[in-house]
Write a protein that binds this ligand. Structure first.
Ligand SMILES: [Zn+2]
Length: 307
């Protein structure tokens, strides 16, 4: 099967309309979804185009991963600060989807190219709101899917993605007092512990299906069943829908294992299995490692993913 090609995802800029900030909003269309971009105050002239391209690139990556933009309509509300870069992203599904994010007035093309925050926030759109105890799945998905989606869109190299996972995932390992993901709401366990759950699920899904199904197949099914941030679901419902779609109960089983006990993971062994090595500060891949094909499938750009 040939999966959708990156270039087949078209994002078009349309017209202006009144926005939530009471100012004009620019509207982008991606498939049948509408994205409204609204500034709280008039930004410097150069920022309009940079922000538009940034939102487009993020929407493009998320659409490649999920095979559709997650919600029919989202309002992106931009605040401005003096300086460069992005800050304080927050996504909300109450009374329609919105993403609030602050943008530095002096930001340049490279600041937006390096930014992960907009894609992270858009990934939040693609999963139902769950009880506070499961906040780790919301942040874990956003932390894990964001770089994978950008790699598939060709915006990040696999070396960058695996290097960042190698650096970040140790922060998600259980400490001595750990009581499992549902009962240890620390920053590390919420963001990186959740991301570890996602990576382990992705690998196990590919192991059990001969690399034919991955985490994205489960997540696309959740989305197809209406599981966006605009709804509230029990976590078990989302996991069951994902498992039904892939034909293997990987998500439910992994949740049972990790929800109330520490479940330590030997990350060094995992990198060895995947064929990811760090030598003299550079990431190198070993294609004869047992899970090398799994690693390649997870971060290959879509134009290469013909199978
Ligand atoms: Zn988040």
């Amino acid at each position: 099967m040939i999966r959708i090609l990156a270039k087949a995802v078209v994002v078009t800029a349309l017209f202006c309309a009144g926005g939530s900030f009471g100012r004009d909003a620019e509207q982008l269309e991606i498939g049948s979804a509408k994205i409204f971009i609204e500034f709280e105050a008039e930004p410097p002239l150069h920022l309009h185009e940079l922000v538009r391209d940034w939102v487009k690139a993020s929407a493009h990556a998320v659409t490649i991963y999920y095979e559709k933009f997650p919600v029919n309509e989202v309002h992106i509300l931009l605040r401005l600060f003096n300086g460069r870069g992005t800050r304080s992203g927050h996504t909300n599904g109450w009374k329609g989807s919105s993403i609030r994010i602050a943008v530095g007035k002096s930001s340049t093309t490279s600041d937006f190219a390096e930014d992960w925050m907009m894609t992270h926030e858009m990934v939040h759109l693609a999963f139902p709101s769950v009880a506070d105890a499961h906040h780790w799945i919301e942040e874990g998905l956003a932390t894990y899917v964001e770089p994978v989606a950008r790699a598939r869109a060709g915006d990040l190299t696999p070396e960058k993605v695996w290097g960042d996972l190698m650096e970040g995932l140790p922060k998600g390992l259980p400490g001595p007092e750990d009581q499992g993901l549902d009962f240890t709401p620390t920053w590390g366990r919420t963001y990186w512990g959740g991301a570890l759950f996602c990576l382990l699920a992705d690998i196990e899904l590919r192991k059990r299906t001969g690399n034919r199904k991955g985490l994205e197949d489960a997540l696309r099914a959740v989305l197809a069943a209406g599981g966006t941030i605009e709804t509230e679901w029990p976590l078990t419902k989302a996991l069951r829908i994902g498992d039904d779609a892939t034909g293997v109960p990987v998500l439910s089983e992994l949740y049972e294992k990790m929800k109330a006990s520490p479940s330590p993971v030997d990350l060094n062994d995992l990198w060895k299995q995947l064929g990811v090595e760090k030598k003299k500060g550079r990431i190198q891949f070993n294609d004869s490692a047992p899970l090398a094909a799994t690693r390649r499938t997870i971060t290959s750009a879509e134009r290469d993913s013909i199978h």
